[in-house]
Design a protein around this ligand. Structure first.
Ligand SMILES: Nc1nc2c(ncn2[C@@H]2O[C@H](COP(=O)(O)OP(=O)(O)OP(=O)(O)O)[C@@H](O)[C@H]2O)c(=O)[nH]1
Ligand SMILES: [Mg+2]
Ligand SMILES: [Zn+2]
Length: 303
């Protein structure tokens, strides 16, 4: 990467990596230094993980983002009003973090996983806070293992499982997602002692507020990177994709070939093989319920 070069205006600038975005400005890694850059133009949208060209345009007071390189992918979530909100760009994998505390929201896990599948991203489940026990989670974990979702058990405080996690992350860009308080930032700090990511015990956290407020990129050795993101409860993959709900649930997609109607949505249709499988236990009832909830959400957002 060219860290510094002359721009046509004769000022210094170059290529950089966006470590974090704060709405009106971004933190850019340019070679060995990091700098704050302003955005140019009201429509410019820059997110964590973007590759950008920065410089000093005559129209601005300081360093600014001049252009954004084409993205490999863009991870968005939809907010309560159905608007897409960008989280991060150019990632390889989603790591969904759960823990005994706060009580896991498995519907949320399904949505994250569906979101990864829709974007052709790999996914893995990190089961953190092993010191608090995981007995109550075992049935769900069995379901996920059975469906081929890799599960890694960690305790960021004691270091348990961190070597295995490190190995699983090598050479790729992984976005950490999951409910607020499961320990995403704590995992980042355990992986990279220099990260100094803010965690709940370091902030006088008002209950319900997220400790991490914006996605942040951390580079580890050998091209490995992790992005710490704020915990969100209402995450859903964007609704614009056709039959998004179904494509996000591989086992439901597979069973769908046995439905009476080719365009079966697996909701109330007669002869639905998926519904039958959920009743007989071939498909986990909770996964099917997850599918139905996501489907209804899409119907509400994009009728
Ligand atoms: N018992 C136990 N607690 C942990 C462990 N890892 C993190 N915690 C605690 O869990 C709380 C939340 O940790 P954070 O890392 O701030 O959680 P987060 O997922 O980043 O939360 P948000 O930024 O709000 O999304 C803190 O009080 C941590 O000390 C662990 O392995 N075991
Ligand atoms: Mg955090
Ligand atoms: Zn069906």
């Amino acid at each position: 990467m060219v860290a510094e070069q002359k721009t046509p205006q004769g000022s210094i600038g170059g290529l950089g990596l966006v470590l974090a975005s704060f709405g009106r400005g971004v933190l850019v890694q340019a070679g060995a230094t990091t700098l704050h850059c302003a955005l140019t133009g009201r429509k410019q949208r820059v997110v964590c993980g973007d590759r950008v060209t920065w410089g000093y345009p005559p129209s601005a007071d300081g360093a600014s983002v001049l252009s954004v390189e084409p993205r490999r992918n863009l991870i968005e979530r939809i907010d309560a009003r159905g608007r897409a909100e960008p989280v991060a760009a150019n990632i390889d994998r989603l790591a969904i973090v759960v823990a005994a505390e706060p009580t896991p929201d498995w519907f949320l896990v399904d949505r994250y996983w569906a979101g990864a599948l829709l974007k052709d991203l790999g996914a893995l489940l990190i089961v953190n806070k092993q010191d608090l026990g995981t007995r109550a989670m075992q049935p769900e974990l069995e379901t996920y293992r059975g469906l081929g979702l890799p599960c890694i058990e960690t305790a960021s405080q004691s270091g348990q499982g961190m070597a295995e996690l490190k190995g699983a992350l090598v050479g790729r860009v992984t976005l950490l997602v999951g409910q607020s308080g499961v320990g995403k930032s704590s995992l980042v700090n355990a992986l990279d002692p220099q990260a100094a990511a803010l965690t709940a015990e370091l902030t006088r956290d008002v209950e319900g507020r997220h400790t991490t407020t914006t996605a942040r990129w951390y580079s580890l050795a050998d091209g490995t990177a992790i992005i710490d993101a704020p915990g969100v409860r209402d995450f859903a993959p964007p609704a614009s994709l056709v039959r998004a709900a179904e494509r996000g649930f591989a086992e439901i997609h597979d069973l769908g070939t046995g439905c009476r109607f080719k365009d079966c949505r697996h909701m109330e249709e007669p002869g639905c093989a998926v519904r039958l499988a959920a009743v007989s236990g071939r498909v986990a009832a909770r996964r099917y319920e997850s599918y139905r909830r996501l489907y209804r959400l899409y119907e509400k957002l994009a009728p």
